[in-house]
Design a protein around this ligand. Structure first.
Ligand SMILES: Nc1ncnc2c1ncn2[C@@H]1O[C@H](COP(=O)(O)OP(=O)(O)OP(=O)(O)O)[C@@H](O)[C@H]1O
Ligand SMILES: [Mg+2]
Length: 288
């Protein structure tokens, strides 16, 4: 199924620059049918390397979108472009139908985009509560409001059904990979994120921990959070993804409802950028 690529269809008055606007000023309701995030014709080059070429990608609100592709396909560059690490060299980004310029991670955070990178950026020597509040500690009369922070952290973890950590005050160094991933995601939830981007969240995890993280991903969408999950793992993808986008050598080669793909077509697109097979009963999947 081909995603819409109506570049230029929106009026110029929809263009908005981030930076001067106060946080939250972008939060108006989406025009009917506008996706939470949309990339139109986005390019990113590193010298002669064309890492992203004419990417047209739609992230539907309230769903899990899996972003798949072989090594070097452009997945990390794509999410870094959305997260404000890189600026696109061409094309445009729309948030709920309005054009935005995400130039820094702060701009991304102001929109409600939180990215959980593979190395997670947690501090091993701090406990779960301290990690979850790192950078936005709750202060009361100039003192850390430990009780309130602990309660909020506990409530957030419980709301995500993340109950496997024995003690909320245990150092993050003592947690398993899956528990660490869950703390990082819970931190994103506490930041009131609207879009949580996860870079290979299960790559280093065993079977049980993978199941825990995938159920957490589903739980996020049940709380209204939209998820963009990079993954190589077809089991994970078909277990949780509502929508699937596949990149190959910097091009978006297919995207659509996950039910339009099967393992074989997904592997075809990931490895060769095309597929002559169609999933049973599904329309052709080639993207622009
Ligand atoms: N900072 C950079 N400078 C130069 N080239 C880069 C840079 N970052 C990425 N690239 C190039 O862009 C292309 C896409 O890289 P990217 O990291 O997005 O791949 P990926 O799909 O995330 O792969 P993997 O599955 O291995 O993580 C690669 O050719 C890579 O070498
Ligand atoms: Mg990568």
């Amino acid at each position: 199924m081909t995603e819409p690529t109506d570049e230029g269809a929106r009026p110029a008055s929809a263009d908005r620059a981030l930076g001067g606007d106060p946080p939250g000023s972008q939060e108006g309701q989406a025009p009917t049918g506008a996706p939470l995030l949309e990339l139109r014709n986005v390019d990113k080059n590193f010298g002669p390397v064309q890492a992203l070429q004419g990417i047209n990608l739609i992230i539907p609100e309230g769903q899990v979108t899996a972003l798949a592709g072989d090594n070097g396909a452009g997945k990390s560059v794509l999410i870094k472009t959305v997260s404000g690490i890189w600026s696109p060299d061409g094309g445009a980004v729309f948030w709920r139908g309005q054009r935005v310029h995400i130039r820094t991670p702060k701009d991304a955070a102001a929109l409600g985009i939180t990215t959980v990178y593979q190395d997670l950026a947690l501090c091993d020597n701090l406990d779960i509560v301290q990690n979850m509040f790192l950078g936005h500690e709750d202060l009361h009369l100039g003192m850390l409001n430990e009780i309130e922070m602990e309660l909020t952290a506990r409530r957030t973890l419980e709301s995500l059904a993340m109950t496997t950590a024995r003690q909320i005050r245990q150092p993050v160094a003592s947690l398993s990979g899956g528990q660490r991933q869950s703390v990082a995601v819970a931190k994103a939830v506490m930041a009131n994120s609207k879009l949580v981007i996860l870079d290979e969240p299960t790559a280093a995890l065993g079977v049980t921990q993978t199941a825990m993280v995938l159920s957490l991903v589903k739980k996020l969408t049940s709380q209204g959070v939209t998820v963009l999950m990079i993954s190589h793992n077809l089991n994970d993808i078909f277990q949780v993804a509502d929508h699937l986008a596949i990149v190959h050598l910097g091009h978006l080669v297919a995207s659509g409802p996950a039910s339009n793909f099967n393992r074989q077509t997904a592997v075809d697109y990931m490895t060769t950028g095309r597929s002559n097979r169609e999933a049973a009963g599904s329309p052709a999947l080639a993207a622009s």
